[in-house]
Each structure stands twice: as structure tokens, then as C-alpha cells.
Design a protein around this ligand. Sequence first.
Ligand SMILES: Cc1cc2nc3c(=O)[nH]c(=O)nc-3n(C[C@H](O)[C@H](O)[C@H](O)COP(=O)(O)OP(=O)(O)OC[C@H]3O[C@@H](n4cnc5c(N)ncnc54)[C@H](O)[C@@H]3O)c2cc1C
Length: 476
Amino acid sequence: MTSSDLIIFWHRRDLRLDDHYGLTQARSRSRKIVGVFCFDPRILSADDIAPARIQYLLGSLACLAQNYSIQGGNLLFFFADPCQLIPELSQKLSAKAIYWSEDVEPYARSRDKIVQDSLKEKGIEYVTHWDQLLHWPGQVLSQSHTPYTVFTPFWKNWNSLPKEEPLPSIENLEGLTIDELEQIAPIALPTAKDLGHCWDKELPLIPGEQAALEILEAFSQNHLENYGQSRNFPSIKGTSLLGPALKFGVIGLRRIWQTSQNISLYSRSDEARQSITTWQQELAWREFYQHCLYYFPALVNGPYRAEFQNFPWENKPEYFQAWCTGNTGYPIVDAAMRQLNETGWMHNRCRMIVASFLTKDLILNWQWGEKYFMQKLVDGDLSANNGGWQWSASSGMDPKPLRIFNPYTQAQRFDPEGDYIRRWVPELSSIDTANLLSGKISPLERMYCNYPEPIVDHNEQQKKFKILYQEQKQKT
Ligand SMILES: Cc1cc2nc3c(=O)[nH]c(=O)nc-3n(C[C@H](O)[C@H](O)[C@H](O)COP(=O)(O)OP(=O)(O)OC[C@H]3O[C@@H](n4cnc5c(N)ncnc54)[C@H](O)[C@@H]3O)c2cc1C
């Protein structure tokens, strides 16, 4: 290969030029790298798409296209089935090689296999690398060389492995000629509306690589050393909000890791260093769930634990409707659901509270909640979302059999002044804080505030759930 032979880089969940392993490898072979992003009709027509996520994706793609162009290259967009598009493009452009980053999701893996087979048949070289994880499947295995199904030993092993340094942003690319562009007819970057998804509100974070790096910098400087305490309080900015950037690979994992390590190096207290470790542990949770999905793809379709296989969920549609719209009569649950509906994002503490409430109080199948989250979350991600829901439902890998959150004690501990609840359920603003948190709001006050009575009784429902669970366990 010569330095001006054409390489196609097929971008999927790696929308950046900085700290990019595959792009760096491709750039070491040629200057003429053409970035391609394919809008896959199969993904876009699925019923678990969130408009906020699409908006973030499009914003990040616009930034990536601009970054390519600043370096003299092209990022091209297509609306097509990638299994056909990628081999066809490779032939039309006489590409010397096609590069892409690997993925853990079952659909992505089966799609990539089809593309690989087709390229092989046509005699076109393809090269793949792992990029969305610090340690990919196969690198973190138990002593008996099996995948971990419990987080703590995974974390110990994962944390002990050396981490690679971030890579510099790729530079100095060569673009396509007009003739080459005419042959392949790329489309302009579509709008969310063009794709059938409309998000007209502000996003919780600015899309794009530069913004993600700035968010990382600001979070590391101002919040990371307090993460241990502040991450649990939904009324304050205590977490990074990097979820969407991680979901779409708008920021590199090596860059994130090194930034957090540097802060740790200069931290003055054990408490601050512990906070940083706690945050790094969350990054490891993300990787744990991706490894789980890679090794146990059946997680996508149902529970990991046998006792949940045929669980007698009550599945009352009116309960689900009240949960989705934030009208359960439980202030912390309603605040969280309204935050999700309004902004496309929900704080982690609240995700755990509402997921526990859906499964253990409303006795609704966790998969209903899983899907609703995917339809709303700007950071909605199959592995993390499935992992979070199965953890909350107790149907997943976590060894703790039954985890039931009391919505009142959760509110008292993590929203002690009621600020979060008042922000998202403003009709309760005038209620005394202690009563707001304990739910002791009289029927008259509820009527006056136009706020519903609790849809179920928490104590009764948790007893009921435990009985159902024990019965189910005996059957398996
Ligand atoms: C029911 C439920 C559903 C969830 N759905 C998703 C989802 O669709 N997408 C998603 O990224 N996270 C999901 N999470 C995990 C977590 O709530 C979010 O990652 C976190 O709230 C994002 O906020 P942040 O970016 O400020 O995270 P930070 O607290 O700053 O953490 C940094 C990053 O670590 C990762 N991370 C943090 N906590 C977790 C976790 N528990 N599991 C996996 N990764 C984690 C995320 O990539 C996150 O951006 C879910 C959790 C639950 C309980």
C-alpha cells in the first residue's frame, strides 16, 4: 500500500478523531482516509429510539464532519443497509482496506459478520480493532478462563490490568476527488426530523468531540474529587454527564482514564482519591455490562436468573401509564420520570429508585421499563440499560437476591431538602419538606395541589412481591 491509497473508515460508535485506535492505525498506512457513517434504516425504524439520543448523535456527527474537513479529509453520510453499502463503496472507490471498531451488541456483531464475509468474497482487506472499552472481551477472564458474572472480581482483575496511553488526534488527511464523490453520491447530514424523530428541547450536554473533552476537563477539575459524596444527590451536579459521549464514542476511554489518573496523582486526601476510584469503578461497570452482553447475548431477550424466567408480573397497563408520565403519587418517582421525559436524562440514583418501583411496587415486567428508558434516554445504551434494569429487577447477575428500595427513605436520604422533587413536581412546592419526603400529604392537600394519591401501598406491595418471588424460587 502507498501513502495515498484509499482506506475507508466505517464509523459507528467512535465519533471522534482524538484517541482513536483504529483511525491511528489506518492513518499510519495512508493519508487518504475517508470516514463513512451509514444511517441504518433497521436501527432507525426500531421502536426503542430516543429523539434526544438522535439529536446528540447528529450534533456529534456534524462536529466529526467538521473535524475531518479541517484535516483535509471527508466524512460521508449514507442512508442504506450497511451490509450492502460498505462492500459496494469499497468497490466503487477501489479502497485498499476497510477499517472499523468492534462492538459487543448482538445486532452489530451479526451485521459485521455479513459485511466481513462480503468483503472477503470480493477480496477486499478489512481490519477491525476494539476501541470502546479499555479492556475488551477475552482480556478480563477468571482464573478458569471464563467470563465473570459478578462485578467485584471483574473489577479487581480489570483494575489491575495496565491501561494504554491516549493517542493524539489524527491529522493531515487527503480528501476524495470530485469524480470519486460523484460516483458514490453521499447524502447531506440529515436532521432529526428527516429521520422521523424530533427533539426540540435543549440537550443536557453539547454534542461533539470538543464539547466532550471540555466536559471531561471541567468535571475532573471541579467535581471528580467529591464524586464519592455528591454522586448520590440528584439536585446537585455531581456526576460527569459523559454518558452520551461514551455511548457514541465521542470521547476516548484512554483519554478519560489518563485524565482521572492525573487528578488522582495530585490529590491531597485519601477521600479525594477514593472518590476518583469510585468514578473509575463506574467506568468498569460500563465495561462489565458490555462483557456480559458479549458473552451472554440472550440477556437482550430476557432475565439471566432462572427464577425470573416465567415470573408472574401483574403488568397492569394503568400502572405503567402512571409510572411513565410521573403520576404515581410517589413524589421522588414522579420527579425522576418527569426529569426523564423533559430532558432525556435521569440521575443514576433516580434510575435505581424508579426501576425498583416499577418492578417491586408496581409488579410490572422490567422489560417494559427497559424499553421506555431506551425510548427516552440521551445516553440509552443496550448493555448498560439492560444491566441496570436486570440489577434493579434482581433478575441479573448480581448475587444479592432481592433489592427493594423504599421511595420515602430514598427521598429522605438523597433529596433531604426536597429540592429535586420541588423542581420536577412544582405542584408540591408548598408542602412541608418532612411531609413531602415521607409522603404524608393529606388527601385534601393532594386535591388542592392536583396531585394523585399513591397508586399502590409500598409496604403491601413489597410483601406481595417477596411472596411471588419465593413461590417462583421454589418452582425452579
Ligand atoms: C435502570 C438503569 C438503567 C440505566 N440505563 C443506562 C443506559 O441506558 N446508559 C448508560 O450509559 N447508563 C445507564 N445506567 C447507568 C447510570 O445510571 C448512568 O450511566 C449514569 O447515570 C450516567 O450519568 P453520568 O454520565 O453523569 O455518569 P457518571 O456517574 O459520571 O459515570 C461515568 C460513566 O460511567 C458509566 N456508568 C456509570 N454508572 C454506570 C452503571 N451503573 N452501569 C454502567 N455504566 C455506568 C457511564 O458510561 C457514565 O457516563 C442505568 C442505570 C440503571 C439503574
